[in-house]
Design a protein around this ligand. Structure first.
Ligand code: CTP
Length: 435
């Protein structure tokens, strides 16, 4: 234990100055109250892995809210207390967040006929958690600063790069941990321990995922696809039959997994066509669902996400795919056709088509559209037509559409051109109607 304590002091001192100072200050606040304070969970895991983590989870063996108030007198951050849970959060200016929970001494009832044993409050707090690598603590009181508390073999699992649960009921108690196991394995490039993997398989066979609400599943899935190394996560989900459990018509191919492994570079490559950022979630979900029968599509999409815009765009991409490919597969597609069919799609849809299709004409047209036509817009609006004393009606849409077409074809360039064109068009339409 002394050796471990030494280790962590060095690691704590190697943190950015403001973070290591913050831990010392926090420990000192515990000293003042005469209570033990520990930094726990993901922060400890990432410290051992030398990964940056700005979320500091603290366990205090005493009143967490009182402690948070005392501590924040020194820190001057934004304090949020949740008295019903005995927890508090302090948010500092540099985005660092301190989450404080109170641990209480409890009697632990072992199964079988073992006697009730009093466990330390810290042990209790850590035993409720998911994986050994997330269940370590480091004391930060001045006396004992840096001491690693590792009841469950977390350090060894960090060193051997293993995701391991504490006990065989972990996934039964909380099936969302199945998704967490996958996410951490992928993010850290760890292996799910064999026994833990078997517990997952059992839980899935036992239909535990059906006990989780759709909302929670979507939330965990979004966490996964917003995290690192998605192709590994998707591959793990697939080999654990999770997609099948989510919807019977989902089939993930090796090609899909391969394409997902290129998603980051693809998003980067196409980012020059976007003025905001590219929504990787949309790209991923479209790719995952690309071979779902169209009539099942809306029913499957909502298993993964419920953001309206993404749902609509994914549906657009997949419903129109055949049609778009059929039109663009030819040699002589004109600018107007290209604009008409591609302008209905999000940039993410276009990137999906570009990566999905194998035909060089299609690729060429999509690239041409993105480079030359995607940003063609007209500046005039209905308001300008009103200023020109044109009587409002269906004619507005016709004039604006025709003006846009002229601009796409390169017949007009700026707003003055547009107004002139709109006036001429109006005169012409009026003339036709008079005849
Ligand atoms: N936890 C758990 N079971 C869950 C969710 C969380 O046991 N279903 C525990 C984990 O031990 C974790 C802690 O609660 O360390 C905090 O959860 P969270 O903030 O989600 O995890 P982090 O480990 O901090 O992960 P991240 O780096 O993604 O923030």
């Amino acid at each position: 234990e002394t050796k471990d304590a030494m280790n962590c002091i060095q690691k704590l001192e190697a943190l950015p100055e403001d973070i290591s100072q913050l831990l010392i200050t926090t420990g000192a606040a515990g000293d003042l109250l005469g209570k033990n304070v520990f930094v726990v969970g993901g922060f400890v895991r990432d410290l051992l892995l030398e990964k940056k983590n700005l979320d500091i989870d603290l366990v205090i063996e005493g009143d967490g809210i009182l402690f948070a108030e005392k501590l924040n007198k020194t820190l001057g951050g934004k304090l949020l207390s949740h008295s019903e849970f005995g927890t508090a959060t302090i948010i500092l200016d540099n985005d660092t967040t301190l989450d404080i929970v109170s641990a209480r001494r409890e009697y632990y009832e072992y199964p079988a006929a073992l006697p009730k044993v009093e466990k330390s409050s810290l042990w209790n707090d850590l035993f409720r958690r998911d994986f050994t690598i997330n269940c370590m603590a480091i004391q930060i009181n001045s006396n004992g600063f840096g001491k690693l508390i590792d009841y469950f073999g977390g350090l060894e699992d960090v060193q051997n790069r293993k995701i391991r649960v504490l006990h065989n009921m972990s996934f039964i108690e909380d099936p969302t941990r199945i998704f967490r196991a996958i996410r951490f394995a992928s993010r850290l490039n760890f292996e799910i321990d064999r026994e833990t993997n078997n517990f997952i398989i059992e839980a899935i066979k036992g239909n535990m995922l059906s006990k989780v609400t759709d909302d929670r599943i979507r939330e965990e899935f979004i966490h996964i696809i917003e995290d690192e190394n998605i192709s590994m996560s998707i591959s793990l989900m697939n080999s654990l039959n999770i997609f099948k459990a989510m919807h019977s018509s989902l089939m993930i191919t090796d090609d899909t997994i391969h394409k997902l492994s290129n998603i980051d570079s693809s998003a980067k490559e196409f980012s020059r066509f976007s003025n905001g950022s590219i929504d990787k979630r949309e790209l991923i979900i479209t790719q995952l669902l690309h071979n779902i029968p169209i009539n099942k599509l809306s029913e499957v999409i909502c298993k993964f996400i419920n953001y309206r815009i993404i749902m609509t765009n994914v549906e657009m991409a997949l419903q129109h795919k055949e049609n778009v490919y059929n039109i663009l597969m030819k040699e002589d597609v004109d600018k107007l056709t290209l604009h008409t069919i591609l302008s209905q799609h999000s940039l993410e849809n276009l990137i999906f088509y570009y990566n999905d299709c194998h035909n060089s004409y299609i690729k060429h047209y999509i690239m041409y559209y993105m480079l030359n036509l995607k940003n063609v817009k007209i500046s005039i609006t209905g308001k300008d037509l009103l200023d020109l004393n044109i009587k409002p009606g269906p004619i507005y849409k016709r004039i604006l559409d025709e003006t846009l077409k002229a601009k796409v074809l390169g017949k007009i360039y700026d707003k003055t051109d547009e107004i002139r064109y709109a006036v001429e068009l109006y005169e012409k339409i009026k003339g036709e109607d008079d005849v």
